[in-house]
Design a protein around this ligand. Structure first.
Ligand SMILES: [Zn+2]
Length: 201
């Protein structure tokens, strides 16, 4: 069977890490050996963690790592790459080499767009190179009930429009957090119903 590069993407909380661990589980059961990679995991330690409480130890990918070398050192039959939006583009090229030159399957999971609604460079490269790119449809809803699509960075109750591409939020003492909004409310910068918002401010 020909190896494949598959990319699964969607907004926060759409179940990417959960699917990553499910795929890992299924392959492990059929006797295949996997390598799990992540970067800037929200737990602060190299693990693939999910919002619904599942977790697996993983290797934290650094700029110096070579994905092909790592996979071959681990005798991996497949590689699962979580949080790929944070990978340098060079690592995406290495993932394609891993598939084409070493016959190892690569499953990549990540966000499509950053807080400005612009594609992450690694995501763009994956969309260009992947054999298959799937937008995950596990429903994540905006506060209005519409399908959530974009990741807003919220600072002091406002949707940020400028700043560094990568700021890790959602930790215990973070002043920055992220909220998934539908396109309309992302573009309007509305984080809650207007009545409730006026009352609260
Ligand atoms: Zn909405």
């Amino acid at each position: 069977m020909t190896a494949r590069l598959k990319f699964f993407y969607g907004p926060m909380d759409c179940g990417k890490s959960t699917l990553a661990l499910q795929i890992h589980h299924n392959h492990t059961r059929s006797g295949r050996k996997g390598l799990l990679l992540t970067r800037h995991d929200r737990s602060g330690s190299p693990r693939i963690t999910t919002r619904i409480g599942l977790a697996k130890n993983a290797t934290e990918l650094t700029d110096d790592h070579d994905v092909r070398a790592l996979a071959n050192t681990h005798n991996a039959d497949y590689v699962i790459c979580d949080e790929v939006q944070f990978y340098p583009v060079g690592h995406i090229e290495q993932m394609a080499d891993l598939v084409d030159c070493d016959g190892i399957d690569v499953y990549a999971f990540g966000l499509a767009t950053d807080f400005r609604s612009v594609l992450f460079p690694a995501t763009q490269r994956l969309l260009e190179l992947a054999d298959e790119a799937l937008r995950l449809q596990v429903e994540v809803l905006c506060w209005c009930g519409s399908e959530g699509q974009l990741n807003a960075r919220v600072i002091d109750g406002h949707v940020a429009r400028a700043g560094q591409q990568v700021v890790i939020g959602d930790t215990d003492d973070a002043t920055v957090h992220y909220q998934v909004l539908c396109r309309k409310h992302y573009r309007a910068g509305e984080l809650a119903a207007v009545e409730a918002f006026t009352e609260a401010s």
